[in-house]
Design a protein around this ligand. Sequence first.
Ligand SMILES: C[S@@+](CC[C@H](N)C(=O)[O-])C[C@H]1O[C@@H](n2cnc3c(N)ncnc32)[C@H](O)[C@@H]1O
Length: 190
Amino acid sequence: MDRKRLEIILSELEKVITESIDGDIVELGCYTGTTSLFIRRLLDSLKSDRSFHAYDSFAGLPAKTIEDASVAGSDFKGGELKASKRDLVRNFKKAGLRPPIIHKAWFNELKPYDLPDVIAFAFIDSDFYRSIIDSLNLVWPRLAQGGVVIVDDFMRSHLPGATRAVNDFFRDKQVKVKHHGNLALIYKNS
Ligand SMILES: C[S@@+](CC[C@H](N)C(=O)[O-])C[C@H]1O[C@@H](n2cnc3c(N)ncnc32)[C@H](O)[C@@H]1O
């Protein structure tokens, strides 16, 4: 996660908190928690008591589908980016921070009740087409008015499934997809 992307993610999170947008915070695809740690630090510094939920298979990426095919992205394959739940908790402990509410599951096996009823801010960093579509299907119906969902790897040639997933998911919805570098930002009712 580079600095510019992190700054955008954190400034969008700060906005939903300071503007009192209703709902909790979720990250789908948390891996070892690099971004999760920054999210937690910001919530703490804003004295926010919103719940923070982090989701991952903790078994790495699933198999690619045709939408993800890319010569540039041949390094990204099923089983890569595998971290354990214990690794994530350990990183929070090392940093002296309270871990998020952790959900170990494949996204297509999550049930609606595994997510907060209302979401103010969602960061989706799950790399592949199907994973991002599954994440958006879970998050979008629960996103509060004025809430934001950020999808990583948009317009990134290594991971073409990310752009396809965002474009396919929002094609028939009345929203504008903004992008800053490789982040897609979508606001509910903007
Ligand atoms: C790029 S990493 C996330 C990086 C993390 N957000 C960070 O900032 O360090 C992608 C993660 O998504 C998870 N993932 C991808 N597709 C998934 C799926 N369908 N179900 C569950 N986890 C998935 C992988 O296990 C991996 O840990």
